[in-house]
Design a protein around this ligand. Structure first.
Ligand SMILES: [Mn+2]
Length: 423
């Protein structure tokens, strides 16, 4: 028996922060859903398992419902059943959908937060139990695992399906404890909620399939559903099938000892080409666009040229990557000119003051003045986060470490500037 495992579709969403608007329809979660249906049919799976957050939000219902139903019917035409649990985003929407579809086509497991077992019988194959639990409300503080009471079955393996937060103590989104998951009867667990995929091997194995379409620069690497074979009563290890049209990447380029601007450009370009080739070979057939964030590091006598080069790259560069293209979304410049910070710190000059601050920030303890400075940077960052233009975006936590990092970056930039001005 063969299954396709998928979660966090978030129908209604699109990949964000891309420098191109070409292929816009392909960047939508709905397009990824159609590709999943195609893959399930082509791979001749028996069941498609969806681990919650299939629909992004309630107001996306009308946008999502048509394509979702269409896909489920196409699957049913090929004798593929869709089995889902709901997550915090679609706790009400999936129940409405289930009411409208025949149970042979679509099953919502564990409605109202009650564990439920569905046994899959396929002629010529050993059977399989699917044990699932669905979000009854948007927030669930207690672990759903506490109410799991379904029986062990020596004759039939069990795949558990639940949406929730793994090992995040006080999560309001169904906290799940790995230790407890591993003690319960299922031979494997399909989870949902986290958009980057993660497979914890072991017995049972635990899989966050991740969203099949990458939505955000933080969701780096491959995205796509996972194929699972069940043979002779045993669940195999799932294998990912990359299917996202977008790939987000992150890379660090060391520019140590680059002697002139041409060398800077050559070294950056070489690394970016390597990354584009790597992505092209890993990202799968449906890949069209890669967007990477780059960090430039190292000590170089031409540190003062790096910012200009970086600006030109983010503005203009597009490299071929497999059948698609790669652009650079953002460059974080952390290069430094070759100066002795300790020596500089002893001088009564502007670069000296910045060098002293940088050394203090790198050290374990800071003076009251620098502690005040860190606090005011933190307040400034919090203020930016509260601006009405940004409140819709995912809020980042403004920690002391983040404020220190912002200060360090500013110090390096300032020191690089001051160095070019001092003869
Ligand atoms: Mn979720």
């Amino acid at each position: 028996m063969r299954l396709l495992l998928c979660g966090d579709l978030h129908l209604g969403r699109s990949s964000s922060r891309l420098s191109t608007t070409a292929h816009r329809d392909e960047f939508r979660a709905i397009a990824a859903w159609h590709r999943i249906v195609d893959l399930a049919i082509q791979a001749q799976v028996h069941v498609l398992c969806l681990s919650g957050d299939v629909v992004d939000t309630k107001n996306r219902f009308w946008e999502a419902i048509g394509p979702l139903e269409q896909g489920i019917h196409r699957l049913a035409d090929h004798d593929i059943r869709t089995v889902a649990v709901s997550g915090n985003h679609d706790f009400d929407v999936l129940a409405r959908l289930a009411d409208q579809l025949p149970r042979e086509h679509f099953v919502l497991l564990g409605r109202g937060g009650q564990w439920e077992r569905l046994t899959i019988h396929t002629p010529g194959h050993p059977s399989l139990h699917l044990d699932g639990w669905s979000f009854p409300t948007q927030r669930v503080i207690e672990s759903p695992l506490h109410s799991y009471g379904l029986a062990k079955d020596p004759a039939t393996p069990i795949l558990g399906m639940v949406h929730g937060d793994l090992d995040v103590g006080h999560s309001p989104y169904a906290p799940l404890e790995l230790v407890r998951l591993q003690k319960l009867p299922p031979a494997a667990w399909l989870l949902g909620h986290i958009h980057a995929s993660r497979l914890i091997s072991g017995s049972p194995w635990v899989l966050y399939p991740g969203s099949p379409q990458a939505f955000d620069p933080g969701e780096t690497g491959a995205h796509g559903p996972w194929l699972l074979e069940v043979s002779r009563g045993t669940l195999g290890m799932p294998e990912q099938r990359p299917l996202s049209s977008v790939w987000y990447g992150q890379l660090t380029i060391d520019l140590s000892d680059a002697q002139n601007e041409t060398e800077l450009e050559t070294r950056i370009l070489k690394k970016l080409r390597q990354e584009a080739d790597r992505i092209g070979s890993l990202a799968g057939l449906h890949f069209v666009h890669a967007s990477v964030r780059v960090q430039l590091t190292g000590v170089t006598p031409v540190a003062h040229c790096v910012a200009d080069v970086a600006n030109r790259i983010t503005g203009d560069l597009s490299l071929p990557a497999g059948n698609g293209a790669m652009t650079v979304e953002k460059i974080d410049t952390q290069t430094m000119p070759p100066i002795n910070l300790e020596e500089h710190a002893k001088t009564r000059s502007a670069p000296g003051a910045v060098a002293r601050l940088l050394l203090e920030l790198d050290g374990p303890e800071v003076s009251p003045e620098v502690a005040d400075l860190i606090d005011s940077v933190r307040d400034g960052l919090k203020e930016i986060e509260r601006r009405t233009d940004f409140v819709q975006l995912p809020q980042r936590e403004i920690t002391e470490a983040l404020a220190r990092e912002v200060l360090r970056t500013q110090c390096r930039t300032l020191l690089t500037q001051l160095e070019t001005q001092t003869p």
